[in-house]
Each structure stands twice: as C-alpha cells, then as structure tokens.
Write a protein that binds this ligand. Structure first.
Ligand code: GDP
Length: 308
C-alpha cells in the first residue's frame, strides 16, 4: 500500500470520531446541510486537536462565512494541511555516521521505533548499529537485542545498571571505526524520576558529542498518540531539556486521538517525521501533511459525499 493510503487507513478511528462529531454538528436548512460551528468545535476537541489549535481552525473556517457541509469540510482539510505542511522536514541528512538519539517515556514505542528505523535503513542499503542505553531495565536491553538478531544488526550494550552515556560513547566510537552509516540510540524513559532522567539524557547527548562532534544529528521524541493531549506536557519537558529535532507519533493505528499531531506541531514547532501505524518492523511511514489532513477529514473531492 502506498504511504498516502497507509496514513489515511491508519487514521480511520480518528476520522470516524471526527465524522460522528461532524454529523452531530449538522442541521438542515432550505439550501442543504449546514454546520454548527459550536458543535464542530466540540468534535475537533474530541479528536484531541487541542483547544488552542481548534480555536484557530474555527477562526479560519468562519472567515469564509460558508456553513454548507461540503464547503466546511473542504476548507477544514485545507486549513489542517496548511498547519501541518511546515512540519514536514525535507533536509537531507548527510552526516556519517548519522547519530540518531530516540527519547520518550516508557511504553510509547521507543524501542520498536528504533527497530523500525533500523529495518528501513537496512532496506535502503545503509549499515546500522544499535545502542541499548536504557541500562535501567534488563528487559529493555534484551528487547533491543532480540530486534537486532531479527534484523541482522549489531547491538552495543553493557550490563544492566551501567552508565548509559558510556554505552552511547562506545556505540558511536565503534560506528566510526567500522564505517557504519547510521547509529540508532535507544534511551531510558522511566517517568517517576523525571528530573534525573532529563539530566541523564542531557549527559548522554553531551557524551555523544565528545565521541563525534556535531552528533547527535537527530533527537527524535517518540510520542504515543493514544495518550492524546497528555503527551503534550511530556513533549514540552523533553524539548526543553534536550532540544528535540523531530517527533515520531506512534500507535496512530489504534486511537481516535490522532488529532494530537496538530497540537504537537503547533505547540512545539518541531517537525513530525514519522508515524507509527502498527507493531511490525515495516509499520512506520514518513509523515505527509496532505495525507494526514485527508486521513482526518476524509476525501472531499465530492463535496456531497459522506465522511470517512
Ligand atoms: P518503549 O518502552 O517506549 O521502548 O516501548 P516499546 O517499543 O517496548 O513499545 C511498547 C508497546 O507498543 C509494544 O507492545 C509495541 O509493540 C507497541 N507499539 C509500538 N509502536 C506501535 C505502533 O505504531 N502501533 C501499535 N499498534 N503498537 C505499537
């Protein structure tokens, strides 16, 4: 399936939730079906688009003055795409080794995302090294090693309890010595000690730069779409501590809260680079603003067609 279709299919639950709200916002008029903006506001917030972003979208919709269903849907899709388009990053990544640090709280899909990115890089013919820097949990190291075996990729790791920054340093140094193209670094994400976690990650980042000046070239924040608006405060904390260069939104497939992507883009101003659409190694697609807008609002070519 093409990326566009996968994104639209992945957003089915969110689209359905929005469509239900949209139908609830419809009233009859002699000219056709018209939209109550008040009810539409509730529908957008329900899809986890966030109050601030919803207000801005509605301001844009009201500007055109047209309340007819088809026109509102078409305009909504345009406004959503325009909001997301600047979040698409087209910068080529030329560093070698390219060092990518993945961060995010436990359970968001960090390790799975690292594995998916590694699988993708391998399929493009690039050599890959993985680093298991969640040394806090033995199971996390093991999980990455299992992925490494499955993908045929080496995993740099040490004993549980060892210094994560030392593991990262070893991995980057080994990648340089071996002429590896990309190093993906998985990190810890325990929540109950948030401050020391941020300090630890900041240290990992500093030590990576000692092994390779200019690295990490990418700090990817992994966010779980199913937590919706709660993910925003996580995002702010990681961004403040580390300077995130890109966001991966995971589990978009299983949630009606895909609208969170709009809030993340608007609040953080950081590009969304990837969408996680399932658990398998190939269930990761590059972000596409126009496909995402269609995924949320539905196809609008025929303005009279039903949503979703
Ligand atoms: P970590 O603690 O952040 O490293 O999270 P894991 O990578 O261990 O993932 C936690 C769970 O989420 C696992 O069961 C994954 O299979 C699942 N998961 C990760 N990404 C996705 C996704 O995009 N879609 C779905 N449906 N599940 C995912």
């Amino acid at each position: 399936m093409a990326v566009w279709d996968r994104i639209v299919a992945g957003l089915a639950k969110t689209r359905r939730a929005l469509a239900d709200g949209f139908h609830g916002a419809l009233g009859a008029s002699p000219r056709g079906r018209v939209v109550s903006f008040e009810d539409l506001e509730a529908a957008l917030i329900q899809a986890d688009i966030g109050v601030r972003t919803t207000e801005r979208l509605l301001t844009e919709l009201k500007r055109s003055g047209d309340h007819e269903e088809g026109a509102v849907r078409k305009r909504l899709r345009e406004v959503i795409a325009a909001t997301l388009r600047p979040a698409v990053d087209t910068q080529p990544q030329t560093a070698r080794p390219l060092v990518v640090l993945a961060v995010g709280v436990n359970g968001v899909g960090k390790t799975t995302t690292v594995a998916k990115l590694a699988a993708r890089a391998r399929s493009e013919g690039r050599s890959v090294l993985l680093a298991a820097c969640d040394t806090f949990r033995a199971a996390a190291i093991e999980q990455l090693r299992v992925w490494g075996d499955r993908l045929g990729v080496d995993v740099v790791h040490q004993q549980p309890g060892s210094d994560p920054a030392a593991v990262a340093f070893d991995a980057v140094t080994a990648a340089k010595a071996r002429g590896i193209d990309v190093v993906f670094i998985d990190s810890a994400g325990r929540l109950h000690t948030k401050h020391s976690l941020m300090d630890e990650l900041a240290k990992v980042k500093r030590v990576i730069a000692k092994a390779e000046p200019g690295a990490p070239h990418e700090i990817l924040l992994v966010l779980d779409a199913t937590v919706g608006q709660n993910g925003l405060s996580q995002a702010r904390a990681f961004h403040a501590a580390l300077g995130v260069t890109g966001v991966v939104v995971t589990k978009v497939d299983g949630t009606s809260k895909g609208g969170i992507v709009l809030s993340v883009v608007e609040e953080l101003g950081v590009p969304v680079k990837w969408l996680g659409l399932g658990e398998s190694a190939d269930a990761l697609v590059p972000f596409d603003a126009d496909a995402f807008a269609e995924g949320l609002v539905g196809a609008t070519a025929s303005s009279a067609g039903p949503l979703g």
